[in-house]
Design a protein around this ligand. Structure first.
Ligand SMILES: *Cc1c(COP(=O)(O)O)cnc(C)c1O
Length: 233
């Protein structure tokens, strides 16, 4: 990569890290007998400045994830104007009162997890005439502090998202408990998606994306391994 005097320190690393993560994804896919092209890297840019996203865009990357609507609104509209192929995923919990902003900005909403939110999204999609893809987030570890529909309620909720709410439901997403082996959770999510004929599986982060790819992830959400450590707080 060419270095210019204007590049803030570390931004050239983004291209190098991106290449390394993509190579690891491809290797994990091949090892599992999967096509590496079937796995999309969602580069999670939360807390990192627009300049870091620009560095990834300059390196040819187009798919990003943000966990807060307001932060994404501050960073992404200008980037999207400059790079029309940009695809933005919402990967953080969504409040119902932010549904309109989320529908207006994101291409994929990964965190649909309750009827009230599904209804609000359906309403805003009708109003705005924009239909982002959605994923249902499943709280596979049944952690009380974590977002996501409980596994016991997931089947009915998935059916309602497709039927009653008419969402463009593509698949499922999970965040396994930090202190457990993620494979069991990835397997549960994969089985659930298969049962419902859902093609997308968003699972795997910096610490475990290779395991997720081996278990069928179509989208891995990787932040730290691409952009470096996030500032504390
Ligand atoms: C922050 C975040 C990630 C990325 O985490 P890293 O460990 O930095 O790769 C993935 N998914 C969700 C939902 C996140 O909030």
């Amino acid at each position: 990569m060419t270095e210019t005097a204007a590049s803030p320190p570390g931004l050239d690393d983004v291209a190098v890290r991106l290449d390394a993560v993509k190579a690891r994804i491809a290797a994990a896919a091949r090892e599992a007998g999967r096509d590496p092209a079937a796995v999309t890297l969602v580069a999670v840019s939360k807390t990192h400045p627009a300049a870091a996203v620009r560095a990834a865009l300059a390196a040819g990357h187009r798919v990003f994830g943000e966990n807060r609507v307001q932060e994404a609104e501050a960073k992404f509209p200008a980037l999207r104007d400059a790079f029309p192929g940009l695809v933005l995923h919402l990967i953080g919990p969504l409040q119902t009162n932010k549904a309109r902003d989320a529908v207006a900005l994101f291409d994929v909403i990964e965190t649909v997890d309750r009827p009230k939110l599904a209804a609000a999204l359906a309403r805003e999609m009708d109003r705005l005439g924009r239909r982002p893809d959605v994923l249902v987030q499943v709280n596979t570890g049944e952690e009380p502090q974590k977002a996501g529909v409980l596994p016991a309620d997931a089947d009915a909720f998935i059916e309602a998202c497709r039927g009653e709410y008419g969402l463009k439901l593509r698949g499922l997403m999970c965040i396994p408990p930090a202190d457990e082996e993620p494979e069991l959770h990835f397997a549960l999510l994969a089985e659930m998606a298969k049962r419902h004929g859902l093609p997308w599986l968003s699972m795997g982060m910096s610490a475990d994306f290779e395991a997720a790819v081996k278990m069928g992830a179509t989208h891995v959400r990787v932040g730290t391994a691409v952009f470096g450590h996030r500032p504390a707080g």
